[in-house]
Design a protein around this ligand. Structure first.
Ligand SMILES: Nc1nc2c(ncn2[C@@H]2O[C@H](COP(=O)(O)OP(=O)(O)OP(=O)(O)O)[C@@H](O)[C@H]2O)c(=O)[nH]1
Ligand SMILES: [Mg+2]
Length: 253
């Protein structure tokens, strides 16, 4: 069964999007399972079918190793890798046609430590995709947008899996601003124009050079606006995901 990993900076909307998209799939009679890979989360907006907290408990780690919350989360990220066989078995036991994986709040724990790519590779040999979330409110500033491009390119460089980019929480911005950001993704000239207009000095120089460097990497950068509150954009996103994971077929017949 194919797996989609939802990744993004802290608070970018990973968990709520996982909840909204899984509900949407269930309404469309698709057989979906949801995995929580965040060992530190206290409350989730969905009921996970598989939960890493059954294996790795951040509270216990803090006590056992005398660590603070951040040290415990780092250790937890590595301990998850040791439990990957059990987690893979749990996922197989659920036997769904598509698995959504909600990843830890702090993206760097999953993306930039050795354990993340190991987990992605070991969980399944079936098709997988990385879903990278750009927080819409954060991204309306061109400097932040370019920083997020850079992070998403860094994530790609860690996993080398098909990657889809979503503009999350798009209900929080006026439609015109959503369009501005999606235009930046589709057309580097539009982004360069905004950088010239809205930024000055070192910020302008830095953003322009970083944007050009990322474009030179040749990463195709389609950004789909979505909202986990209004379900806007979810149909489009699902079509793009089906194309990657199943060659355009439905997950469940
Ligand atoms: N308006 C609006 N708010 C959203 C949307 N998605 C998430 N939020 C809010 O943004 C905050 C963070 O959402 P989460 O889904 O917890 O984000 P996350 O990336 O899982 O956060 P961490 O795992 O803690 O890093 C919550 O207050 C959500 O209610 C959305 O589509 N629209
Ligand atoms: Mg979360």
């Amino acid at each position: 069964m194919p797996l989609a990993f939802i990744i993004g900076t802290a608070g970018s909307g990973k968990s709520l999007f996982t909840a909204a998209f899984s509900e949407w799939l269930k309404m469309s009679k698709q057989d979906v399972a949801v995995v929580n890979l965040d060992p530190g989360v206290l409350k989730l907006p969905y009921s996970p079918d598989v939960d890493v907290r059954n294996y790795v408990d951040v509270g216990n780690i803090m006590e056992k190793y005398g660590l603070g919350p951040n040290g415990a989360l780092i250790l937890a990220a590595d301990l998850i890798a040791d439990e990957i066989g059990n987690i893979a078995k749990d996922i197989e036991a659920v036997d769904a046609d598509l698995v959504l994986v909600d990843t830890p709040g702090q993206m760097e724990l999953f993306a930039f430590r050795a354990s993340g790519p190991y987990i992605v590779n070991e969980l399944t040999k079936e098709p997988k995709a990385i879903i990278y979330l750009f927080d819409a409110v954060f991204s309306i500033n061109p400097l932040n947008y370019v920083s997020n491009m850079f992070l998403s390119a860094a994530v790609y460089n860690r996993f080398f899996q098909p990657q889809l980019h979503l503009l999350s929480k798009c209900d929080l911005l006026p439609e015109a601003e959503v369009k501005t950001i999606t235009d930046w993704a589709a057309n580097p000239r539009a982004l360069e124009d905004s950088i010239e207009q809205k930024l000055e000095g070192i910020k302008r120089l830095f953003s322009r050079n970083m944007m050009r460097a990322i474009n030179q990497l040749g990463i195709k950068f389609l950004l789909l606006p979505v909202s986990a509150k209004t379900n806007q954009g979810i149909t489009n996103f699902n079509t793009a995901l089906e194309r990657i994971l199943t060659g355009g077929e439905k997950y469940t017949y």
